[in-house]
Design a protein around this ligand. Structure first.
Ligand code: NAP
Length: 327
């Protein structure tokens, strides 16, 4: 078996995922870029200067559970170890007037950002367990499951209190419990708010991480989330109004000072995936605060009560297991 470290990164065709791929390839890792548009991923990797021998590109559409299962089979067929899985891909559709639906009939931002990653993590968990502590170039280390969270999903932070369209809140999970099929489009079962659907999907991902830690932490695998800063100019914001796309990066650079460049966000993400300091704790949410300076130290950010209600988190896990066909 190869002694090169191997990471899968979902959504590595742009933004944080692309630059994390570059930072990990620079550290000597083999990067499996899990992307829905292979030609776009190939062009982005070449333009970012990720050497061809440091990367492989495999197809995945996280919004489709059949595609996620095919991806896991395709990865297993490569016969590679898996030292880290970086759950990064996301869609943000704040101007959708009607919910878009996944092939399984679920609202698309929850289906992509949360269900797809929940399923993928389960299909690859045994690979992470098997790779945990294996001898590699640079020494043995823990395997890691790392997920991108966000500030707007954590009402413990200022960005998470913004009421436009509403803070993340999974409520009593009534929408999920009722099957999450049309006309239901929100986890809490309330009327569709596309921007909130994104925030809810990210909150669900952060809760998922805590549940993985609770259930599988004793394996030694590290389960962490992170917020790398406000990367205000990535294509994530391509569906916002054009004026917002101009003003938002300027506002974050000059007023909040929360702006982080894509390469710096990628480097911070790579640190959480690879550096020993970020394996000292598991089950935590790493943040650099809402500041952009190079060299700023990361800290473990507290999650709000909306992400720490243990009984609801366990129920969310059980309902999601059903939604992705694992229970
Ligand atoms: P981005 O540049 O838009 O990257 C998102 C990636 O996800 C793209 O590669 C996209 O692929 C991929 N993707 C979307 N839908 C997919 C699907 N169905 N199947 C497979 N891949 C899919 O956005 P980003 O800002 O880098 O966001 C990356 C992560 O960082 C997200 O989890 C986001 O929530 C988180 N984050 C971002 C910020 C920020 O300020 N930007 C802040 C905090 C957290 P295509 O190229 O094909 O669209």
């Amino acid at each position: 078996m190869s002694d090169q470290s191997v990471v899968i990164i979902t959504g590595a065709s742009s933004g944080v995922g692309l630059w994390a791929a570059k930072a990990l390839a620079t550290r000597g890792w083999l990067v499996i870029m899990a992307c829905r548009d292979l030609a776009k991923a190939e062009a982005a990797a070449a333009e970012a200067g990720i050497p061809a021998e440091s990367r492989r590109i495999l197809h995945i559409d996280l919004g489709s559970q059949a595609s996620v299962r095919r991806f896991a089979d395709d990865f297993h067929a490569l016969g590679l170890p898996l030292d880290a899985l970086l759950l990064n891909a996301a869609v943000y559709l704040p101007r959708a007037t009607e919910p878009q639906r996944s092939p399984e009939g679920f609202e698309i931002s929850v289906a992509t950002n949360y269900f797809g990653h929940f399923l993928l993590a389960h299909l690859l968990l045994d690979d992470l367990k098997a790779a945990h502590g294996r001898p590699k170039t640079g020494g043995a280390g823990p395997a890691r499951l790392i997920t991108l969270g966000t500030v707007t999903a954590n009402s413990e932070e200022f960005g998470g209190k913004v009421p436009i369209p509403a803070p993340a809140d999974l409520g009593d999970l009534a929408g999920l419990a009722a099957g999450f099929q049309a006309p239901i489009a929100m986890i809490d079962g309330k009327p569709f708010k596309p921007g909130k659907a994104y925030k809810d999907s990210k909150l669900a991902c952060m809760i998922m991480n805590r549940e993985f830690q609770k259930r599988w932490g004793e394996t030694g695998v590290i389960f962490n989330t992170l917020y790398p800063g406000c990367v205000a100019d990535t294509p994530l914001f391509r569906h916002t109004p054009p004026a917002f796309q101009k003003i938002f990066p300027w506002f974050q650079k000059n007023i909040t000072k929360g702006y982080v460049s894509q390469p710096l966000a990628g480097e911070r993400t790579a640190q959480v995936v690879a550096d020993p300091a970020f394996a000292a704790q598991s089950g935590v949410h790493w943040s650099w605060g809402n500041r952009q300076q190079e060299g700023r130290q990361a800290f473990a950010q507290k999650l709000s009560v909306r992400g720490t209600n243990e009984a609801r988190n366990e129920r969310l896990w059980d309902l999601t297991m059903k939604s992705v066909g694992l229970a």
